[in-house]
Ligand binder design. Structure first.
Ligand code: B12
Length: 325
């Protein structure tokens, strides 16, 4: 089916107005330049203010230097994806639409990319997935830059410690190893991530918690129901519970993680344990939102977790006293 729309540079824009790709590109470029100009003016104003008493020629030199600095600084602070050239904004996306392969599906794909905020969407690859679905690889341009200086990044607050310091800190704090119970919970059968943190051999050359005298590790493995994990934590007098969640389809991890917090609260155990969650789609911010003490994402090393646990148990001991007595 050929619609005649969406081929070449001329497409129907929202509200029935005809706009061309070059118009939009120009508009986008103006938008970004205005944005950069605002920053430039702010910066120049501050700079002039500081040097009001200076000489005319000095102003000119300073302006030239300032211009160079600004361009360097703005490129550092306002960033766009790198496609073929620095900050050209070009990105590649892939997705599947439940529409049979053909012209309508391709127009739907371009519209989906526009809705993602991409200018000049192009379909690079379209492959039928069964009768009623099409997989796409597309290209488009982002025009609004990310301002790095405006970002606030949530990070757990701990310092990286070496193995000896971690062992000493825990033994001095508790007079015994810290009991850590770990499990991949609910239906989750992925244990490699949890094993990477807990098992002696560890991950990427970094030894796991079992290699520290600071920790007594109980690894319950995969598909552990929350109730069974809570019962084990009570029986072992766990100081920390480490949960792994890898499957996140249909947000199953959110329901599962929330249920664990509710069970621990109901059992009066929540305040007695350091509660940690990890997995490839876990962030510290998400963990905090769900009622956990810390969250660890992709690339986590056992030493990161060991450092956090040792410092957190020491902090609690000083602030709250022994938790299991
Ligand atoms: C290996 C694997 C499997 C193996 C797991 C074997 C095992 N014993 O673990 C098997 C074959 C069993 C499997 C099964 C399935 N899998 Co699978 N699997 C993978 C695969 C290829 C690698 C995962 C992995 O081990 N990574 C290596 C580890 C070291 O990395 P990690 O898990 O991210 O862990 C690190 C951090 O996240 C963190 N971390 C992780 N956990 C924890 C816990 C704590 C406490 C802390 C502090 C840190 C931490 O530290 C680790 C080290 O840095 C991924 C795809 C991929 N490339 O990622 C799919 C993947 C995870 N699987 C997936 C799916 C869908 C499944 C199945 C549902 C498939 C099916 N239809 O049957 C089943 C699930 C069964 C179930 N009930 O869970 C999807 C998940 C999609 C989603 N977002 O939900 C993925 C992403 C594949 C995909 N692209 O679709 N899988």
């Amino acid at each position: 089916m050929a619609t005649g729309i969406g081929r070449g540079n001329c497409r129907l824009a929202a509200g029935g107005k005809v706009s061309t790709a070059s118009h939009r590109a120009q508009h986008a470029a103006e938008h970004r330049d205005n944005h950069l100009d605002e920053h430039r003016d702010e910066h120049r104003h501050e700079h002039r203010h500081e040097h009001r008493a200076g000489h005319q020629d000095e102003y000119r030199d300073q302006d030239r230097d300032l211009h160079k600095d600004l361009h360097r600084d703005l490129h550092k602070d306002l960033v766009l994806p790198y496609g073929d050239q620095l900050n050209d904004g070009v990105v590649q996306v892939s997705f599947t639409l439940p529409v049979a392969a053909g012209a309508l599906a391709e127009e739907a794909a371009r519209q989906a990319m526009r809705l993602m905020g991409l200018e000049d969407p192009q379909v690079a690859e379209a492959a039928a997935v069964g009768e009623n679905a099409t997989f796409f690889v597309g290209y488009g341009k982002l025009t609004r830059p990310v301002e790095l200086s405006k970002l606030r990044v949530a990070k757990p607050m701990w310092e990286e410690l070496d193995q000896g310091t971690i062992n000493r800190l825990v033994h001095e704090t508790l007079g015994r190893p810290m009991v850590v119970v770990g499990a991949a919970t609910g239906q989750d059968a992925h244990t490699l991530g949890l094993d990477a943190i807990l098992n002696y051999k560890g991950f990427a050359g970094n030894r796991g918690l079992e290699a520290y005298s600071a920790f007594k590790v109980i690894n319950m493995g995969s598909q552990v129901p929350n109730e069974v994990l809570v019962a084990k934590a009570r029986e072992a007098k766990a100081d920390a519970i480490l949960v792994s969640q890898v499957v996140t389809e249909r947000n199953v991890h959110l329901a599962n993680l929330t249920n664990l917090v509710e069970l621990l609260e109901a059992e009066g155990l929540r305040d007695k344990v350091v509660l940690v969650v990890g997995g490839p789609r876990i962030t510290h911010a998400l963990a905090i939102e769900l009622g956990y003490d810390a969250g660890f994402g992709p690339g986590t090393r056992p030493q990161d977790v060991a450092s956090y646990l040792a410092q957190e148990i020491a902090r609690r001991h000083v602030e709250l006293g022994p938790l299991h007595e």
